[in-house]
Every structure is written in C-alpha cells, then in structure tokens.
Ligand binder design. Structure first.
Ligand SMILES: Nc1nc2c(ncn2[C@@H]2O[C@H](COP(=O)(O)OP(=O)(O)OP(=O)(O)O)[C@@H](O)[C@H]2O)c(=O)[nH]1
Ligand SMILES: [Mg+2]
Ligand SMILES: [Zn+2]
Length: 294
C-alpha cells in the first residue's frame, strides 16, 4: 500500500503523487456510494493495479484538515483571494465571499490585487479597503512582474490555493513563479469583460522554493458554505473587533437603530465596501433554510 497526494482529477481519474512517482488512479466504487469522493489535495492510500506500476486505485482518503467546494480543494494552509484591478472589473463581493469561506473553515485569507499595471490608482484604493481587515494585502502584476517577491514570501513552505474569478490572472501569476510551470492562460473578452474559464481543473503544483500551490478554476460566485446569517459577522474580522455593544442584543447590523457596527463604519473603522458585502451576504444567507445548511 502506498500513500500519496492527489494533484489533479480529470474525468474519474485521479493523479496521485507518491514516492514511486505519479500514479493514475481510479476511485474504488464505494467512494461514490459514500458521497465522499476524492478531492485534489487529499492524502490517500492507493494500491498499484498494473504490472508497470503506473496505475492504481484510491482505497482510502486520510482525514482532511479542511475541504472546500468552491474552489474544490482540500488540506490547505491559506487561501490567496485574487482580485483584478480591471479586465475583468474587480468584484469585491466575490472576493468577500472567498474571505468568508476561508474564515469559516479556519483558514487565513491573503489578498492579492493583480493587474496593478492597468490602474495604479484603483489598485491603491482596493488595497486601502482591505487594510482595514488586517489581512495581508499584496499588489502584483503578472505582466510587469511586480510584487512577485511578496507573493513568493507568502507561498513559501505553505500549501496555498489561489482563488478568484475567471480572468483575474491566477494562472499567469503562477507561471511567473517557476520556469517549470506552463499553465494555460486565457484572455478576457473585450465585450463582456469576463474571463473565459481557461483553467478547468484544480491542479496542485510544487513550488521550486518550497511549498505547494493550487491553481483553481474561476467561478462567478462562491456562496459561503455551511454557515448561517447569524454567524456571518464572525467571519469579518473588522466587525468582530467592534467592542461597543449594539443597542439590541442579537443585532444583525443591517439597519437597526443604535448599531455599533454601523457607527464603526461611519468612524472609518469598517469600509463601506466591506459593510456592503456583509449586508449582501447576510441577505443571501437569510434565504437559506436551516435544513439546507450542511
Ligand atoms: N495587464 C495585465 N494582464 C494580465 C495580468 N495577469 C494576467 N493578465 C492577463 O489576463 C488574462 C487572464 O489570465 P489568466 O491567468 O488566464 O486568468 P485566470 O485567473 O487563471 O483565469 P481562469 O483560469 O479562467 O479562472 C490573460 O490574457 C493574461 O495575460 C496582469 O498583471 N496585467
Ligand atoms: Mg487559470
Ligand atoms: Zn449592530
């Protein structure tokens, strides 16, 4: 029996990196029945099934540290939330769906503002918005190769997933980090200002300077999974830091009178953009019935 890590999964095949090399595996039937199918990032036990020792079967998934549906990854140390300054237009709501998803799983988000070359001023504005969260914020340009040392320092010796909507430049950034990477990159449509969903499958890559990184496909939404509207405030660090109590116990910080969170926003401790994301996500989570929460 061999142990390894799933680095890619395509069409029912899982590519498992082991001490004996890369083995193409099928999952055993019972995974499908249990509903716990293997994910990229899973540490698994496999059995070799062919004489040339190139193929095998996944027999067991070892306990996960964490697992996400969007992006579809398991066992990460941190999530790099990638935002583009423009082309495609920066979607802070999408970014905040990701920071909340990470926080809810106990994973630290890092904010990467890419395509800095396209609009320095807007890049600085987005940087300011995220500085109030306390998260590490970096500015990059995969085109001009700026900010890459900062990105490397964040990725070094950790297991990181790069996430963000299609076209923000996740694969382009990774291609700049190693001579050995040749990830496919796409274009952004001039007409719709959308990426083309170039990366179709999550892939786990080994960094030449230590650590591992997942390139993931971009999605148009990252619905925060498995949390309730009432819990949402715990996943906005700048809201959690508000010490003054609201007038009403159990205040949802939506539009109640005497809301300390609203006051903190007016005092500049929370940005209007993040507060807006909180409110939009709260509304969204409120629609979910309790029995729909996993
Ligand atoms: N100007 C500029 N263009 C960039 C930068 N980074 C990426 N691009 C361009 O943006 C487009 C999309 O880049 P990708 O790396 O494919 O984006 P992605 O996030 O991997 O997208 P998906 O795989 O579809 O999720 C390509 O045309 C890149 O050349 C940057 O820093 N500046
Ligand atoms: Mg990509
Ligand atoms: Zn309140």
């Amino acid at each position: 029996m061999l142990t390894g890590t799933i680095v890619k999964g395509i069409g029912g095949f899982y590519y498992v990196k082991t001490a004996e090399g890369l083995i193409e595996c099928r999952a055993r039937g019972r995974f499908r029945k249990d509903g716990a199918s293997p994910m990229v990032g899973d540490v698994v036990r496999i059995t070799i099934t062919t004489e040339d020792a190139k193929k095998g079967s996944v027999d067991e998934i070892l306990p996960r540290k964490n697992a996400f549906i969007r992006p579809p990854v398991a066992n990460i140390d941190q999530l790099v939330v990638t935002i583009s300054v423009k082309n495609p237009e920066s979607s802070l709501l999408l970014a905040d769906q990701l920071t909340v998803t990470a926080e809810a799983a106990g994973v630290l988000p890092v904010i990467c503002i890419n395509k800095q070359d396209l609009d320095e001023k807007r890049a600085a504005e987005i940087q300011k918005i995220y500085e109030t969260t306390g998260y590490t914020v970096i500015l990059t340009s995969a085109k001009d190769e700026t900010g890459l040392d900062g990105l490397k320092a964040i990725l070094k010796d950790k297991i990181t997933a790069l996430a963000g909507n299609s076209g923000v430049g996740k694969s382009s950034l990774l291609n700049r980090l190693s001579e050995g990477f040749s990830l496919e990159t796409g274009t952004v449509s001039n007409k719709t200002q959308r990426g083309r969903h170039t990366t179709r499958h999550t892939e786990l890559l080994e960094l030449p300077f230590g650590g591992y990184v997942f390139d993931t496909p971009g999605f148009s939404s990252y619905a925060a999974e498995g949390i309730t509207a009432a819990e949402l405030q715990n996943f906005f660090p700048e809201i959690k830091r508000v010490e003054e109590p609201c007038r009403f116990v159990g205040c949802a910080h939506m539009a109640e009178p005497g809301c300390a969170v609203k006051e903190a926003m007016e005092a500049g401790k929370i940005t209007p953009e993040r507060y807006e994301s909180y409110q939009a996500l709260y509304q969204e989570l409120k629609q979910i019935k309790p029995w729909e929460i996993k």
